[in-house]
Design a protein around this ligand. Structure first.
Ligand code: NDP
Length: 451
């Protein structure tokens, strides 16, 4: 049995109750097979894969808080510190009822490679809680965040582990958590990213994931002799990533004709009006039907709860597709439609939006496909730039941060392209991303000895 198969068998035996983590470990190790086979003797002796798939440590803790009726509630908090061989642990805090240790481990494992790809000194970690901020008052959210941080603050620090936002953790939650860290530890340090601009946040962090997605897409097109100018783009989602991806695509001369939310999708053949979209989603926090009501050229397609709302987006003829909503939103039938319509490139703004079957179909049919690990790394990269500014006690201008982000994304494209070519898989950017992310971490782990 080869080394990869041996380790995968052990991972399955030890983590049988964590399907998401098993899926991630299998996906990554399978695509690393050529690198591991080429270095098997060294990696085996070092037990490199056994060390890579086992987190450095993980914390699980009780989070008691009092609701508005005076009732004590109890949630569970998690932080998984997966791998710090290239820098302090870094990864978001997810607040959602579905959170469990398997999901946090899957996200933390993926984060190791994504963070490595940015070229910045950040290791992999992730955390969160099964607390649901939706429908809670500000006071309840603050009570939860303070209790959560009272325990978490024992394990994190600006040079140890720097959490950030994720699903359910926005600027409000980061603010409450930062306040409690300061109060309990008595230290003012960059222990969290995604902070408000008045207390250490970075300009361009809001735009970073969407803009970064377009910088890497533009480089991909350029390297295939194409440009963004005049291209028709379909985008799913209408949140942070989708809005700023749409804005940057239009600045580059492309026309974005779709967006979606969980209740419906828009086809606007004249091009999405980003200012109107921002007004509807960021200011009013309303449904996309309000966009259609305010814009003559837009068609609104409402969907029922049992339908996939993004699915309609992939039916529209396009040159480039950017899934920016959620996991598993682009399935095999969507991939077939995109290919039939002549789509040239799919780049993932969301985490895991394309199913494995759809990814394979797109790749086999000549569509250039960049996975989220590489394509949406602009968000965490800019978080790392926030850490640098906090350490320097300086704030950079929007233009400085944006220029650095652009350089990072162009670099990621060339790194994943080169890695795929080195192992005879030219054009397979998924394998390239896993390989390029892994190589740096593996070298650092070996150099640092058995730890
Ligand atoms: P937001 O919550 O801001 O936006 C998500 C959007 O997707 C919303 O418009 C939401 O609709 C829509 N959506 C959610 N579920 C569905 C569904 N089942 N069908 C159709 N639409 C849906 O999140 P972000 O934009 O921040 O994140 C989007 C993705 O990008 C996630 O996978 C996230 O993990 C990933 N990502 C985000 C980064 C960031 O910096 N923000 C960094 C890296 C990755 P509605 O408004 O109705 O809820």
């Amino acid at each position: 049995m080869g080394y990869v198969d041996e380790v995968l068998a052990k991972v399955k035996e030890k983590n049988a109750s964590e399907p998401e983590f098993l899926q991630a470990a299998e996906e990554v190790l399978e695509s690393l097979r050529p690198v591991i086979d080429a270095n098997e003797a060294v990696y085996r002796k070092e037990a490199l894969l056994e060390r890579l798939v086992e987190p450095d440590r993980q914390f699980k803790f009780r989070v008691p808080w009092v609701d508005d009726k005076g009732q004590v509630q109890v949630n569970i908090g998690y932080r998984v510190q997966f791998n710090n061989s290239i820098g302090p642990y870094k990864g978001g805090l997810r607040l959602h009822p579905s959170v469990n240790i398997g999901i946090i481990k899957f996200l933390g494992f993926e984060q190791i490679f994504k963070n490595s790809l940015t070229g910045l000194p950040i290791g992999g970690g992730k955390g969160g809680s099964d607390f649901d901020p939706k429908g809670k008052s500000d006071r309840e959210v603050m009570a939860f965040c303070q209790s959560f941080m009272t325990e978490l603050c024992k394990y994190i620090g600006a040079d140890v582990d720097v959490p950030a936002g994720d699903i359910g953790t926005g600027a409000r939650e980061i603010g409450y958590m930062f306040g409690q860290y300061k109060r309990v530890r008595g230290m003012y340090e960059g222990v969290l990213t995604g902070k408000g601009l008045s207390y250490g946040g970075s300009l361009a962090r809001t735009e970073a994931t969407g803009y970064g997605l377009l910088y890497i897409t533009e480089e991909l097109m350029k390297c295939h002799g194409e440009s963004m100018e005049g291209k028709t783009v379909v985008v799913s989602g209408a949140g942070n990533v989708a809005i700023y991806a749409t804005q940057k695509a239009q600045q580059m001369g492309a026309k974005v004709v779709t967006c979606s939310d969980s209740t419906g999708w828009i086809y606007d053949p004249e091009g999405i009006d980003v200012e109107l979209l921002k007004e509807v989603k960021e200011v009013k926090r309303a449904r996309l039907s309000e966009y259609a009501a305010a814009r003559k050229s837009a068609e609104y397609h409402e969907v029922s709860a049992d339908q996939r709302s993004g699915a309609g987006v992939w039916q529209i003829k396009c040159d480039i597709a950017l899934p920016c909503a959620t996991q598993n939103e682009l399935l095999i039938e969507d991939a077939k439609q995109l290919v039939a319509n002549g789509c040239k490139a799919v780049c993932e703004g969301a985490n895991m939006p394309t199913s494995l079957e759809a990814t394979k179909y797109l790749q086999e049919n000549g569509v250039w496909f960049i996975c989220g690990k590489a394509a949406n790394a602009g968000g965490v990269a800019t978080s790392a730039l926030e850490m640098s500014q906090n350490s320097e006690r300086l704030s950079w201008t929007f233009e400085e941060v944006d220029a650095k982000l652009q350089g990072i994304m162009v670099n990621i494209y060339h790194n994943i392209d080169d890695a795929a070519k080195r192992y005879g898989m030219e054009g397979n950017y998924v394998a390239g991303a896993n390989i390029a992310g892994f190589e740096k971490v593996a070298n650092a782990m070996i150099a640092q000895g058995v730890c």
